[in-house]
Ligand binder design. Structure first.
Ligand code: AMP
Length: 191
């Protein structure tokens, strides 16, 4: 198994790069944001609860996120590994993920952290808001709140993996292919 945490602020390119990486390395993509949006689309109770937090750009409570990820892992069979995208976003989530991996006889092999300056992120998110229809990308105040939440609640997660010797910083500005090559170079050291 090859298990990767793809880390970075909203707009860093995690979704775009995940799509390319799952194809190249035959991995299963677990994006908690996508899973919440799917639940919202299907009108589930989980979706209704998550939406209240997502609308303001705040984090969905840990126990809800962790339960959803556990379900997804348990219902995925025969995969060669996972790419976690947008998860973990808190230390509690990172600890829960380590426990889940251990229960599966596996582990997180590496964290790839995309580094992108804040003004570039805001530009990208506002552009994505025009094409994706995501309401949390259409309002600069909401975007700034998500970036603040990232700084305050999520950046400690990078330190958590750094302490385990698993953090790799990747420059996230440039062509999609150049960034993909940098990510692939690090992954190739782990297979
Ligand atoms: P994303 O698509 O990753 O930008 O996530 C969109 C929104 O979903 C976030 O602003 C949060 O409200 C919620 N969300 C996604 N992943 C998580 C997570 N791991 N922990 C808490 N909230 C999350």
């Amino acid at each position: 198994m090859l298990n990767i945490v793809l880390f970075g602020p909203p707009g860093a390119g995690k979704g775009t790069q995940s799509e390319k990486l799952i194809e190249k390395y035959n991995l299963t993509h677990i994006s908690t944001g996508d899973l919440f949006r799917k639940n919202i689309g299907e009108g589930t109770e989980l979706g209704k609860t998550a939406q209240k937090y997502m609308d303001d750009g705040n984090l969905v409570p840990d126990e809800i996120v962790i339960g959803m990820v556990e379900d997804k892992i348990l219902n995925t069979h025969g995969t060669e590994g996972f790419i976690f995208d947008g998860f973990p976003r808190t230390i509690a989530q990172a600890q829960a993920l380590d426990a889940l991996m251990e229960k599966n006889g596996s582990q997180i092999d590496t964290m790839l952290a995309l580094d992108v300056p804040e003004e570039e992120l805001i530009k990208r998110l506002l552009n994505r808001g025009i094409t994706s229809g995501r309401t949390d990308d259409q309002n600069e105040a909401k975007i700034r709140n998500r970036l603040d939440v990232y700084k305050n609640e999520t950046t400690p997660v990078a330190n958590y993996y750094n302490k385990q010797g698993k953090l790799n910083l990747i420059h996230g500005v440039g062509s999609i292919n150049a960034i993909f090559n940098s990510l692939s170079d690090v992954i190739d050291e782990h297979i």
